[in-house]
Design a protein around this ligand. Sequence first.
Ligand code: TRP
Length: 341
Amino acid sequence: MPATSTDPGAVILTGDRPTGPLHLGHYCGSLRNRVALQHGHDQFVLIADAQALTDNADDSGHITRHVHEVALDYLAVGIDPELTTICVQSALPALCELTQLFLNLVTVARLERNPTIKEEIQVRGFGRDIPAGFLCYPVAQAADIAAFRATLVPVGADQAPIIEQTNEIVRRLNRQVGHTLLPEARALIPESGRLAGVDGRAKMSKSQGNALALSATDDAIRAAVRRMYTDPDHLRVTDPGRVEGNVVFTYLDAFDPDRDTVHELKAHYRRGGLGDTAVKRRLETVLLDLLAPIRERRTAWADRPDDVRDILRDGTRRARGVTQATLEAVKDALGLYRVGR
Ligand code: TRP
């Protein structure tokens, strides 16, 4: 279930790399928090195309195409452009300038120690050929967060070290200028942890082929549920089954609004006498009910590409004002030379 903010004055920033369609993992980890938090908070959502280029330099066309797709996913899940400012990172030059200033506040050794980056370097098999932009993306992300003066960042658990590094940079800058120029940010991480892939692997990821896209058709949803990992030792319906690590139950926990029914199903499954097919049928209904309206809204927005472009233009324009103002404040505080207009 969505996490809640305890700070009504929080400024919220989140973002996604537009590398592919958003999936249920994004929904569970962050998107539904955003939908809940947009009421009563100042919220910005950044389509992080510049960050996506840090490990996709040779495929900018792919990234650019997905800017629009990610915007459709946002609108489809109910992020309301009247309540949330949706903006495009590469169209916000203040972020680059702030990144450049921030780069002087971290060491290469600290960048190399960031556990998220370490893991991502491994996964991507960069070896010694790490793009400098990739190694430095946590600094750029610190600039994103600081530029919006964000105090709350709803992200998956894997992003926590990046928020930590952001706060180190912000503290260093504040110390240097002698006052709290920029606020520190808090990561808002969903209690449920990250959503497992449909195959039972720890993380849902498009590149691992175990993701269910928010735009999935009914047939794709049914097929994903059918091949979903359960308890491999639960051979006969009458056998007692294991709920822990059983992806079908993980998903029911994450998405079934009827907690009592889930509770009963779990007890029954543990006792024995409840087959995988029955539990899967329940999950199928839950996911079809969840995703059908999302898909309908997506289709409706997809038919209005000009309106989507207008939303991104207006949001980016607004974000330009906010981020530019922060950049000016940082330049002033650092006492950079001003040539005047
Ligand atoms: N690194 C984030 C991700 O991969 C995307 C991102 C870029 C972001 N800038 C941000 C998230 C600022 C939160 C705040 O999902």
